[in-house]
Structure formats: structure tokens, C-alpha cells
Design a protein around this ligand. Structure first.
Ligand code: PMP
Length: 368
């Protein structure tokens, strides 16, 4: 017997658990992790190289601990794209929005506190809750994956969570959450004590609708979390950020590690933000392709959940894992998120989407 995790004195709640992660398989078409399929444009690669070269000269020093220049540029981007004025002091950045969420839970959750999410949703919310010692409550959704507002309000009233997660567009279903739902849950979350409401907008640039940033006005317990991993096509960069009342930004600084954002990360993100317009052009192409995937999957006889994201949930299957394997056998990797009856495909390039649709049609003929 080899020495393993269970032989170590790990925390009880981690025993028997597996790390989060989609399979990283070497197959021709990988549509399983909601990445942007387009490599960065050459002009941006050049700019990153220049900025990183400059930063490299100062690597003997710690980076700007408060990432002020980067936060200012992120605030500018948010203001420009939403029309809602966001200030540098309203923005905080970290290594991916996963780290943003972790810092929020370290600040507002923790032992003796709870967080709620409406599932199926982004499973890392629950996993980061567990990692930070925060109790996790799984809230309800309707069968069509929209949030069941009265049931959600009831769950918030009953459990009085310290943190409420709302993911819009939702992962893995693609479902957008209307502003009224967020407002109703914000009010429910303030009814008996002040609780934080975190709106995870990782995919908002792909949405048919607008960002919920304007809801921040007059709501100091609301946080909008965003990322450069999806629309900016920079998943490898690891840059996530939030917009909220400046007091929230002050609060998360109580738990952030000093110098958490490396000088190389800050330089790379700043270069990417100089090319926002070019990067967002790909978003329009991806939205068109996403809509094509929805239409063609439906025409093939699949059920498809309405999507506002860069991925599409399709089904229904008696055995979704068997269908996942059949699609994989045809060289296309999609995601089995464990939602019974459903699989999720990320929008790729037109060629990748064609390859997926061909595989999906063949599989439909076998199972259908
Ligand atoms: N939120 C949602 C809803 C996501 O789907 C993801 C990534 N899959 C993230 C946050 C985290 O993204 P990142 O850490 O790359 O910013």
C-alpha cells in the first residue's frame, strides 16, 4: 500500500474528495472548458512581449501590490462597455475570478457562516466555499433552469446565508438571470441581516442582454465578478476582477496575499486591455456561432437550453456519459458537468463547430 492523501491528517471535509477539473485530453477538437478558440492576434502578442520585457527589468522588486494602473484600465473598460461609471476604487483584481471568489468567501464567509447558490451552477462556488470552511447551501431552480424566485427567496429567508451567488449567464446551462431576479434576491438577502450578493458575470460579454453593473448604484452589498478568461480569450493569463462599493475592495484586501498579482500578470493584462476592441470582435463571431449551434442542434432533434454564454447545453439523454463518450470517439471533447440528461459544448471556430455538429448528428442517429 502506498502512502496517500487519506494517510495524512487532512481536514475532514476534504477526505474522499477529488480536485476540480475537466479532463485535459489530447483530441483534435476540444470544446469542454468554455475557452475562446481564437489565439491572441499577433499585434497583441507583440505588445505583451514589450510590456513584459519592461516589467522584467524590475522583477527584483515586488509588483504594485494594489495593481492601481490595471484596476484603472479595468474600470475604464467596464465604464465604456456598460455606460455605468466605474471608478478605480470600485475595482479589485486577482488571479482569475476563482481567486476573486475565494477572497470574497474568505472575507464574508468562513467557519460558522454559509453561502448559497442555485444549482446546477458553477460548481467552484460550492468547492471554494468548502475550501474556505464556509457552509454550502444548494438552492433550487425550475426544470427549465431559470431561477425559481419564490423558492429562492424562501431558501434565503430560511437559511439566512452570508453570501448569495447568482451566476448570469449561468454555467453550465447558459441561462441569463433577469435584473428583477437579482434585485428580489438582493432584497431577500438584506431582510434579516446584511448579506453579500455576488453576481458572477464571467460570460456576460456573450449575452444578448446587458451587464448588471448599473445595479451597483446604492447597493453596497452587491458584487459583480468578471474575468478576462472568456471574452478576452486570455484564460492562460489568469486575470479576474470584481466591481463593487469601494468598502468591499477595502475588505477583500484584508485577506489577499501581499503582491498576489505578479508584475508579469499585470503587464500582460494591461497589454490585452489596450486591444479590447480587437478582442471583442471575436465575441461577436462567437455569438453568431453559438446561435448557429443552438439552431442546428435543435434541427437535429436535440433539446437545447436557451444560451446567453459561449457554450450550449444540449440533451436529453438517458445516459449522458455514454453520449459524451460517443462524441469523444469521433474526436470531439465536450463536457459532462454531471447534470443528469445533459451535456455542454463550448462554441469553437466554425470548423470546430462543424466537426462537433457532424459528430452530434451521427450520435443522434445511433441513440435517437
Ligand atoms: N465563473 C464562472 C461562472 C465560470 O464558468 C468560470 C470558469 N469556468 C469562472 C468563474 C472562473 O474563471 P477564471 O478563474 O478563469 O476567471
Amino acid at each position: 500500500m502506498t502512502f496517500g492523501i487519506d494517510d495524512l491528517p487532512v481536514r475532514d471535509e476534504l477526505r474522499g474528495k477529488s480536485p476540480y477539473g475537466a479532463p485535459q485530453l489530447d483530441v483534435p477538437v476540444r470544446l469542454n472548458t468554455n475557452e475562446n478558440p481564437y489565439p491572441l492576434p499577433e499585434a497583441l502578442v507583440e505588445r505583451i512581449t514589450e510590456r513584459v520585457r519592461e516589467a522584467a527589468r524590475d522583477l527584483n522588486r515586488y509588483p504594485d501590490r494594489d495593481a492601481v494602473e490595471l484596476r484603472a484600465k479595468l474600470a475604464e473598460y467596464l465604464t465604456k462597455t456598460s455606460g455605468y461609471a466605474v471608478d478605480t476604487r470600485d475595482v479589485w483584481a486577482a488571479n482569475g475570478s476563482n481567486e476573486v471568489i475565494q477572497q470574497l468567501l474568505q472575507t464574508f464567509g468562513g467557519p460558522g457562516r454559509t453561502a448559497i447558490g442555485f444549482e446546477p451552477s458553477y460548481s467552484m462556488h460550492g468547492l471554494i466555499a468548502r475550501g474556505t470552511g464556509t457552509g454550502w447551501i444548494s438552492g433550487p431552480r425550475h426544470d427549465d433552469f431559470t431561477i425559481d424566485v419564490p423558492a429562492a427567496e424562501k431558501a434565503v429567508a430560511e437559511h439566512r446565508p452570508d453570501v448569495v451567488f447568482i451566476t448570469t449567464p449561468n454555467n453550465p446551462t447558459g441561462t441569463a438571470v433577469p435584473a428583477e431576479t437579482v434585485l428580489a434576491l438582493y432584497d431577500a438577502a438584506q431582510a434579516t441581516k446584511p448579506s453579500m450578493v455576488v453576481v458572477d458575470e464571467a460570460y456576460v460579454e456573450f449575452s444578448h442582454g446587458a451587464s448588471l453593473l448599473p445595479l451597483l448604484a446604492g447597493r453596497p452589498n452587491l458584487v459583480i465578478s468578471r474575468t478576462m478568461s472568456k471574452a478576452f480569450g486570455a484564460a492562460g493569463l489568469r486575470l479576474g476582477y470584481l466591481a463593487a462599493h469601494p468598502a468591499v475592495v477595502d475588505a477583500v484586501q484584508l485577506v489577499r496575499l501581499p503582491y498576489h498579482l505578479s508584475a508579469v500578470t499585470q503587464a500582460t493584462a494591461l497589454a490585452a486591455l489596450e486591444h479590447t476592441d480587437t478582442l471583442l470582435k471575436y465575441v461577436e463571431q462567437l455569438k453568431t456561432e453559438r446561435d448557429r449551434l443552438v439552431a442546428e442542434l435543435r434541427a437535429t432533434g436535440y433539446e437545447v437550453t436557451e444560451s446567453d454564454a459561449n457554450f450550449v447545453q444540449f440533451g436529453r439523454f438517458a445516459d449522458s456519459h455514454a453520449v459524451w463518450q460517443k462524441i469523444l470517439d469521433r474526436g470531439v471533447l465536450v463536457r459532462d458537468n454531471g447534470v443528469p440528461g445533459w451535456l455542454r459544448v463550448t462554441t469553437g471556430t466554425p470548423e470546430e463547430n462543424d466537426a462537433f455538429l457532424d459528430a452530434a448528428r451521427e450520435v443522434q442517429r445511433c441513440v435517437g
